[in-house]
Design a binder for this molecule. Sequence first.
Ligand code: KIV
Length: 277
Amino acid sequence: MSVTARAKISNPQSILARKGGDPIICLTAYTTPIAHLVDQHCDLVLVGDSVGMVLHGLPSTIGVTLDMMILHGQAVRRGVDNALLVVDMPFGSYEESPAQAFRNAARVMAETGCGAVKLEGGSSMADTIRFLVARGVPVVAHVGLTPQSVNTFGGYAVQGRGDDADRVLADARAVAEAGAFCVVLEKVPETLARTITADIAIPTIGIGASPACDGQILVVDDMLGLFTDFRPKFVKRYAELGHAAAEAVAAYAEDVRQRRFPAPEHVFADTLPGEKT
Ligand code: KIV
């Protein structure tokens, strides 16, 4: 495969078939214009519940609602033609029971047109994943650091160090056996991510994990340098759009202050036949 080519239209089966093959390219998106951009290059586009922190200024993902996910899912749907669209199930929308998870996942799929949902949790979510998959809901699992559990973890620390590695490995095995078609591994030691990737039959999508994972994902605002509140070690900045935007706003403010904007080319003559307004 060339450096820019990728499978044309992605679906859960084509992602699953990439196990051990060409790396699966994934990014988040929350709006139509960014979705258009990432769809050119990605196999999978995730409407992550990170939207709460990145676009809505929430302190964590805990306050994200199903309605927020559906609204952003619909916006991203309008910008995605080729990649598989996956929408996160927010905190509180699936943990209570498999029936609750199905009811809300069905709503997300019907109202956004996404091809799969993602939910956080390992062994404790295996029955729910099995229930959803048996009823036509493809599931991306998410183990390791699961940000919706920030209050039980007591922060955003690396998961699976030392003796804790067995727990994360067991979680990855459990979601694979339950029928998830891929699993996000977040913030786990590099060697553990390698071990899990070699151990389970479904693709692993790393974020703060390992280049050996079957795919990689980042929050798009992180890698574009648009979200600058904090910068996890696992983020590589491919642009500094936040700085560029700050400089542009400062230049605009100075132009207005100095009456340099609007310039003659930005204003209208009294009359000019045929001029568009
Ligand atoms: O919410 C999100 O953006 C995510 C990715 C970081 C995997 O879950």
